[in-house]
Design a protein around this ligand. Structure first.
Ligand code: TYM
Length: 329
């Protein structure tokens, strides 16, 4: 029996954060033996906000290298760049014709992003979930490994798939979100009521996965907590809860084990321990990334293979769907 299919993407809007890593990318690497996986750099999605072209180009290659650095193996897993595989844009258009204005208006990410970029509320920002649905449905994915913030986009993807299936028979698989139990939403180190995000202007709020170990420890030392002393996972202790989630994700320890480990110790010791554990986890990622960036020919060669393989697979669903919808093929 063939394996079940996993598909996911990440935008090249900056170096991946610890949130991207714990919430998504680390899991992708762990799942690649168990599932048939396809992961891509969602550069078309990044056009919905204004980015300097040279920066977008550089960051896209860097993001591709980061996927490999996090342990994704191009021999096992399909790794490609969304804009290099034209079926995505084409599928995205078809999806947008099966997405309702009202549905898109309810998307919290659209509301947040249009508030943040009030001078550029473009149509692409609005139809972003349709393009994302196409990314997923093209590969007949069973599961989509993402962080908690993408749940709503997965729900709309399922609705679109069901709507299309009701018109043309079971042509698309209806996928499920695959969200980690711990770490699906890593919060800002400076404001634990907000998710950790690369677009946060306060650089102490996030950690990139190739950050210097000393900087990592220092950012954890400065993490905002509360005025109590006990390291316990409890409602209302958002800062400590977030640090405990991070520590648990990188060490595999349970919350009870962590509470026991730091019984009688203060927040200071705990923050240093979290910082050191994160720095240790990320050391091989940084090392591999630095090596890969010295070998751009290799990166371009692997990318080209991934792009071509993704096209071959995705065009099957696209052709089938076009035919069913009445397009002349
Ligand atoms: P993006 O680039 O914002 O984030 C990539 C992945 O990282 C997860 N993530 C987090 N997880 C936990 N805590 C956080 N603080 C955190 N921040 C980010 C995200 O949930 C995501 O899984 N729309 C997508 C890209 C995309 C996509 C797709 C994903 C385009 N097409 C098809 C899946 C399938 C996005 O902007 O992710």
């Amino acid at each position: 029996m063939s394996k079940e299919i996993m598909v996911s993407g990440i935008q090249p809007t900056g170096t991946f954060t610890l949130g991207n890593y714990i919430g998504a990318v680390r899991g992708w690497a762990r799942l690649q033996d168990e599932y048939d996986c396809a992961y891509f750099i969602a550069d078309l999605h990044s056009l919905t906000v204004r980015m300097d072209p040279a920066q977008l180009r550089a960051q896209s290659l860097e993001a591709y290298a980061l996927l490999l650095s996090c342990g994704l193996d191009p021999e096992k897993t399909l790794l490609f760049v969304q804009s290099h595989v034209p079926t995505h844009a084409e599928m995205g258009w078809i999806m947008s014709c099966y997405t309702q204005f009202g549905e898109l208006s309810r998307m919290t990410q659209f509301k947040d992003k249009s508030a943040a970029h009030a001078d550029n509320i473009n149509a692409g920002l609005f139809t972003y979930p349709s393009l994302m649905a196409g990314d997923i449905l093209l590969y007949q994915a069973h599961y989509v490994p993402v962080g908690e913030d993408q749940r709503q986009h997965l729900e709309i993807t399922r609705d679109i798939a069901q709507r299309i299936n009701s018109v043309c028979g079971d042509v698309l698989r209806v996928p499920e979100a695959y969200i980690p139990k711990t770490g699906g939403r890593v919060m800002s180190l400076q404001d634990p009521s907000k998710k950790m995000s690369k677009s946060d202007e306060n650089t102490n709020a996030w950690i990139t996965i190739i950050e210097d170990p000393k900087v990592i420890v220092n950012k954890f030392k400065r993490a905002v907590t509360d005025s109590e002393k006990e390291v316990v996972f409890r409602e209302g202790k958002d800062g400590i809860n977030n640090l405990m989630v991070i520590y648990s994700s990188v060490t595999g320890k349970t919350m009870e084990e962590i509470e026991r480990e730091f019984e009688g110790k203060g927040y200071g010791d705990f923050k240093v321990a979290v910082g050191e554990a994160v720095a240790e986890e990320l050391a091989p990622v940084r090392e591999k990334y630095n090596d890969l960036m010295k070998n751009r020919d290799y990166l371009n060669e692997v990318m080209k293979k991934g792009d071509e393989a993704a096209y071959k697979i995705s065009v099957r669903t696209l052709s089938k769907l076009k035919k069913k919808l009445g397009l002349l093929v």
